[in-house]
Ligand binder design. Structure first.
Ligand code: HSE
Length: 306
């Protein structure tokens, strides 16, 4: 195989209580990438459509992760990358992760799959770190593995795949403002109160149990973030109104997607997801901020070969 075309999906990191460790993969939004073997060694980015991003491989998240992989693999060829971006950078739904994960996934396929999904996540972390100024894998792991993932540790990298209840849907609202992950991280406290930590780790544990047992009631009671949301929600206009409208319309939970500004809701079934979408559209339609909304099944496959 000389060339591969892939769909690299958007993802939701943190999932309310699991800052930097939990994430899930979306189906209805993502980037496309074409990766091609070339005789000249190295990585060349030949096309970027959709958003203005650097072409220099050393400055581009897809390029940096690809360089990390080929430095390890040392193949006797190079790779050209074309990126067709649909996920807006700074949207909170894993734009940089989709690029970073997509390039290493594609190159691995073209090399005959020498690397595991955990290896690919490791290389992709090098690219993701360019965008967010810190290494974390909570957007990358769900893009590469699919479904829900828990990053047990980044050093050594250990990723757990968590089951996805079949009736679970995500509704997303993306207000058209940009929040840089690095800035949304800089405002967080470096210490947390013990009582908040107790609440948060109880929620993480019960959320994982709810996903394993398809217990939608427990899932609802677990989707709560007492540590990060109080700081970051201030960056997102009308966050409280959207959250309240979503919960009133039947969402199991609503929280910031990654570092924002997107807000995600998890819903039991497509009808509830649609009701929730209508309710949050009403909130934002009354503002002068442009926005998009999406409904997605949880993508249990992750990156797809087209
Ligand atoms: N866990 C990360 C954060 C996800 O919330 O900062 C965004 O890259």
């Amino acid at each position: 195989m000389k060339e591969i075309k892939i769909f690299s999906p958007a993802t939701v990191a943190n999932v309310a209580c699991g800052f930097d460790v939990l994430g899930f993969c979306l189906d209805s939004i993502g980037d496309e990438m074409i990766i091609r073997k070339i005789s000249k060694k190295g990585i060349i980015i030949t096309k970027i459509e959709g958003y203005d991003l650097p072409y220099e491989a050393e400055l581009n998240v897809a390029g940096v992760s690809a360089l990390a992989l080929i430095e390890d693999a040392n193949p006797d060829c190079g790779f050209e990358i074309e990126i067709y971006k649909n996920i807006k950078p700074g949207s909170g739904i894993g734009s940089s992760a989709a690029s970073a994960a997509g390039s290493v996934f594609g190159i691995n396929e073209l090399l005959g799959r020498p690397y595991s999904n955990t290896d690919l996540t490791y290389f992709a972390m090098k690219g993701e770190a360019v965008a967010s100024k810190s290494e974390h894998a909570d957007n990358l792991a769900p893009a590469i593995f699919g479904g829900f993932t828990l990053v047990k540790s980044i050093s050594p990298l250990e990723i757990l795949e968590i089951p996805t209840p079949t009736e679970l849907y995500a509704t997303i609202i993306h207000p058209q403002i940009e929040i840089k992950t690095s800035e949304a991280r800089a405002i967080l406290p470096t210490e947390v109160a013990l009582q908040d930590a107790i609440t948060q780790w109880a929620n993480v544990g019960s959320l994982i149990h709810a996903l394993h047992t398809s217990d939608y009631g427990l899932l609802q009671r677990s989707l709560q973030d007492v540590i990060v949301e109080p700081y970051r929600s201030k960056l997102i206009p009308f966050f409280d109104d959207v959250k309240q409208a979503a919960l009133n319309a039947g969402a199991l939970g609503a929280a910031i997607s990654g570092s924002g500004p997107s807000i995600f809701m998890l819903c039991h079934g497509p009808e509830d997801a649609k009701k929730v979408e209508n309710a949050i559209q009403i909130v934002y339609a009354e503002t002068n901020i442009e926005f998009d909304t999406y409904i997605s099944k949880i993508n249990t496959a992750g990156i797809k070969i087209l």
